[in-house]
Ligand binder design. Sequence first.
Ligand code: 7PM
Length: 404
Amino acid sequence: MIRARPLTFEPPEDLVLAFRRMGLTEASQPALLKALPFTRLLLTGLRHQEEAFLQTLPEALPAWLPGDAQARPGTGLLTGRAEQFQRLVTAARADDGGLSALASAVASALAVGVSPAVLTLGARRFEWGSRAYVMGVVNATPDSFSDGGRHAGTEATIAHGLALAEAGADLLDVGGESTRPGALPVSADEELARVLPVIEGLRARTDVPLSVDTTKAAVAREALKAGAHLINDITGFSSDADLPRVVAEAGAACCLMHIQGTPATMQQAPRYDDVVEDVLGFLEAAVARAGAAGIPRGRILVDPGIGFGKTFEHNLFLLRRLHELRVLGLPLLVGTSRKGFLGRLAGGKPASERLAATLGSVASLAALGGADVVRVHDVAESRDALAVADAIRRCEDGGTLYTR
Ligand code: 7PM
């Protein structure tokens, strides 16, 4: 499978801003935008035919630097201006010898600055690119219940969800199956008994859209009937073949997450040649399963699955290279909240002492322009951190750097 990924992520607004600082008018900008941006695309999965085409590019097209044919066959770097890339896409499309995969891979990589379509969930609109949205974690597993038994536990969980809504959550994610590394699966009946009363309780008392963290069609069906808007499947539709259809029939949205292995075994020996490449391939297949079941692209989010079958280094590399996942053209959801890699970075702190590290991760993601939704336990604190990071990223009036 051929894939093209931009090495850096430069939102188009950055250039428009530079033009404004140069005193250039709006009218001259389209021409400048076409001529200026310098793009570098990393290509992987090329076949001979595509390599042959790239090796004979004329001057007017991007330059081609092939990778090592032995160590990394089918790879290379394309560099050039936006307008040259457009020409390459046109030429590859015009060739009837089967260069259409190359054309679409390059076209998707060039479109990374284009915001995904607006998503409406219940009473809320998600305008991707306007800011990072916050998904609050509502844990409905017994280990999170107090000693008062199931009913008291349910009431406490609902109260917690309402508090997160009050604190500014844009979305609440209710989960009844622990996905802790080494955790064992629970039955659909048990999972439903945990999440359904919480969904019903929240649905009656807040208009914040509800997500359900489940891999099971039977759980999703009832949860969606009870008013949930989104199914968050940590296995990217790879566990239950009926789940995509249930989501499609309800007109619901979904978040498809990458995982290597299963929660029971995933942290034993995570291994990748190229973790970004692997995650991209997995998510493409997950999105295809969703599409085949009739879920519109505009109702799909994707997630690299931080901590799910990844080493410390895999997690950091994925976060740093998150913009490469934008070639999917879908909103990115990322969950770093209180996770193990943060504990390690903070000198070995337990989950209960990882708030500051979590805020560091959330702010970095927003500042890098990587995440559309962050999944967090600490909603109020994360909203503040994001307000700062988003404002710095968007700020347009530069003022003066030095005054005399
Ligand atoms: C133990 C370890 C308990 C990890 C709970 C967790 C994600 C998710 C979770 C995520 C999406 C947690 C995780 N993490 N769903 N569900 N993305 N989409 O920290 O990163 O809550 S469970």
